[in-house]
Design a protein around this ligand. Sequence first.
Ligand code: SAM
Length: 292
Amino acid sequence: MSVDDMTTVPDTVTMPAPATPYQGDIARYWDGEARPVNLRLGDVDGLYHHHYGIGEVDHSALGGDGPDREKRLITELHRLESAQTDVLLDHLGTVQRDDLLVDAGCGRGGSMVMAHQRFGCDVEGVTLSVKQADFANRRAHELGIEKSVQARVCNMLSMPFTTGQATASWNNESSMYVDLHDLFAEHARILAVGGRYVTITGCWNPVYGQPSKWVSQINAHFECNIHSRREYMRSLIDNRLVPQAVVDLTEATLPYWELRATSSLTTGIEDAFINSYRDGSFQYLLIAADRV
Ligand SMILES: C[S@@+](CC[C@H](N)C(=O)[O-])C[C@H]1O[C@@H](n2cnc3c(N)ncnc32)[C@H](O)[C@@H]1O
C-alpha cells in the first residue's frame, strides 16, 4: 500500500490563513503536487524529498537497457537526492540528542527523518501545505518517531519557536519563496547564539549580470523567485548569520539532471536547469552560517 492510500492521519495539522495571497498560491501548489518524480523516488525507501540530487552517477547500478532500467534509474536518482541531504546534515555542526532542529519549508519530511536518524534529537518542520504536513506526520508515525519528528502548517517567516530555541535550522530548496531579509531575521531569532544555519539553494549568478531566460523559466515553472548569490550573502550578514562555508555544488548536481533528463519522469524543466548550470547563470550552493 502506498503512503497516499493510508487513511489514519494523526490529528496534528491545522491550517492558519496564509499571510499573503502569494502564500495562498504556494500552499495550493504544494497541496496539489503529486509528481511521480517525487513520489516514485520516495517509494524506494520511504524518504520523500522535494529537492535535487548531487554526486556522481553509479553507472554500474543502472545496468543495461533491459526492462528494469527505469526502476534502477529511479533508485539511483533517489540515492543522489538523499546524498544531497547528507551533505546538508554534515554542515549542521555538533548536535546533541536533547537539541532541537528546525526544517523551514520541510516538504514531505525526508530531510527531517534523516536528521532524526542521524542525531537522535527532535526535529520540527514547517510548510505552507496541509497535505505535506499530513504526509510528513504520517510517515513519522509509521516509523514510530512521531514524538521526535513533527511537521506543522505555518509560515517560516513567523515560526512557532521561542527565541534561541533551536540549535540548528535549515532551508533545503525552500528559500526562493520568501524575502531573504525576513527569512534570515526569523532564523536568527529562533537560533541560539552559536547555532548553525544551513541552506542548499539554486541562486542566480551576479557574474552573469541578471537572471537568465533559464532562471526566469524556472521561476515561472515553480512560481518562485530565485535570489542572487549576492543577496544571500548580504542578507545573512545583515541578520547576524556569518557564513562559515560556501560550497558550490553546481558541478555535483549536473550528473543528477543529465540522468533525470533520460528518464520517463521528466517534468519539462530539466533543460532549463542543465542549460543555466552550464552557461554559468545559475548556481547550486550550500551556505552554512553561524548565528553570532
Ligand atoms: C521545493 S520544496 C522543498 C521541501 C523540502 N525542504 C525538501 O527538501 O524536500 C519547498 C517547500 O517550501 C515550503 N514553503 C514555501 N514558502 C513557505 C513559507 N512561507 N513558509 C513555510 N514553508 C514554505 C513549501 O510548502 C514546500 O514544502
